[in-house]
Design a protein around this ligand. Structure first.
Ligand SMILES: Nc1ncnc2c1ncn2[C@@H]1O[C@H](COP(=O)(O)OP(=O)(O)OP(=O)(O)O)[C@@H](O)[C@H]1O
Ligand SMILES: C[C@@](O)(CCOP(=O)(O)OP(=O)(O)O)CC(=O)O
Length: 397
């Protein structure tokens, strides 16, 4: 039996201008354009291998070692589009193996908790689409493939690119113009770093899809958000990124996170994604920025309580003087930073800042946080030499 395989990695992306609301739930067409930063894959990535063979009996997915059904509509929509494109190639060249007719085996591993508000679905669907496109040797570019990933999960379309990415909402009813484009490659603004404060890695209460449908149907504030606030912010945030203007970018990121969570609260019945720990982080970030009289750090929250803090490398010492002081008990600092560097953060805090602080610092903050993930802006999907599928059996290794 001949088994064809292809593998790829894909990154997580965290929106700085949030996608919240669908105008077409079937095609995952959004009510607003959005912007995100793609994160480095050392800490957060999906590795997916796809295989096909005439002898496979059914489409199967093994996710983190467990067999899962591939029959859910979103995945089938992605696979149907990919098979359609492969079919076009096969009809132009009769010598090609008829992969479009064969079943697929997909094996995928996330190197971080799945379904914990860490955007696993974004990396997961991006990797799935890219792996199968590679297997099928499709000529489509990343923006074209992003339209397919979008059908798996809206935010997944942004994980097809590295750096700073926009998802243009588009207007067409069939969604052909609703896709991701790169605003700026990672190399153009490599100083962007991210600290993820994992507040809870349990599965969230209200899934994004359900949450946004409720917001669209019931929130009055939401109408204002999509008609006047976000369209303006989309243009301004792209500009801030192109100009590498961190304070502007940071302010809009925080405002947009707050605006999105306000529409959640304005939904009826209300949806609560952020919790008391998240609110303490919000206060802390504003206090730190006020202390330095400069916006050096921004927070943003997705559909859960985890905080993602964006900051520039040059301000790390200033920020970590506070963060490490408050969260040194939390795991995730080592091995990224050695003892000497970590002591340095404490010394900066004790010697330079401690006596000047006029705001309340909650010494118990660490209790609400399970770990910190220290990462930065990163590239898009990468070819992987590692294959998770045994070429002789077509099954997971
Ligand atoms: N590697 C993967 N390959 C294929 N599908 C995946 C993969 N990882 C996650 N998924 C799909 O995404 C689902 C999790 O999505 P969900 O939106 O609940 O969580 P999340 O993406 O971690 O959180 P959020 O979207 O709020 O950031 C999984 O149940 C699975 O169906
Ligand atoms: C708050 C968000 O993270 C919402 C992400 O929603 P999803 O992309 O997970 O939703 P579906 O399209 O229904 O799969 C904001 C964002 O990533 O832009």
């Amino acid at each position: 039996m001949t088994v064809y395989t292809a593998s790829t990695t894909a990154p997580v992306n965290i929106a700085t201008l949030k996608y919240w609301g669908k105008r077409d739930a079937n095609l995952n067409l959004p009510t607003n354009s959005s912007i995100s930063v793609t994160l480095a894959q050392d800490d957060l990535r999906t590795l997916t291998s796809a295989a096909t063979s005439e002898s496979f009996e059914k489409d199967t997915l093994w996710l983190n070692g467990k067999e899962e059904s591939l029959t859910n509509k979103r995945t089938q929509d992605c696979l149907q589009d990919l098979r359609g494109l492969r079919n076009q190639l096969e009809s132009q060249d009769a010598s090609l193996p008829k992969m479009s007719q064969w079943r697929l085996h997909i094996v995928s591993e996330n190197n971080f908790p799945t379904a914990a508000g860490l955007a696993s679905s974004a990396a997961g669907f991006a990797a799935l689409v890219v792996a199968v496109a590679k297997l099928y040797k499709l000529p489509q570019d990343m923006s074209e493939l992003s339209r397919i990933a979008r059908k798996g999960s809206g935010s997944a379309c942004r994980s097809l690119f590295g750096g700073y990415v926009a998802w243009e909402m588009g207007e067409a009813e069939d969604g052909l113009d609703s896709m991701a484009v790169q605003v700026l490659p990672q190399e153009a603004w490599p100083e962007m770093k991210a600290a993820i404060l994992v507040v809870s890695d349990v599965k969230k209460d209200t899934p994004s899809t359900q949450g946004m449908q409720l917001t669209v149907a019931t929130s009055d504030l939401f109408k204002e958000r999509i008609t006047s606030i976000v369209p303006k912010r989309f243009v301004e945030m792209k500009e801030a990124i192109e100009n590498r203007d961190f304070p502007r970018f940071a302010e809009m990121t925080m405002k947009d996170s707050n605006s999105f969570h306000a529409t959640c609260l304005d939904s009826y019945p209300p949806i609560f994604y952020i919790n008391d720990t998240s609110k303490k982080v919000i206060r802390l970030v504003h206090s730190i920025n006020a202390f330095f009289n400069e916006t050096i750090v921004a927070y943003t929250f997705d559909a859960g309580p985890n905080a993602v803090l964006y900051y520039l490398e040059k301000n790390e010492e200033k920020l970590f003087a506070f963060l490490y002081k408050l969260l040194h008990q939390v795991k995730g600092w080592e091995p990224k930073y050695n003892k000497e560097q970590l002591n340095g953060f404490i010394n900066t805090f004790e010697n330079q800042y401690k006596d000047k602080i006029e705001f309340f610092i909650d010494p118990e903050l660490y209790q609400g946080i399970t770990r910190i993930i220290l990462t930065r802006v990163g590239p898009g999907p990468q070819n992987s030499e590692e294959c998770l599928i045994d070429q002789s059996t077509g099954l997971p290794k």
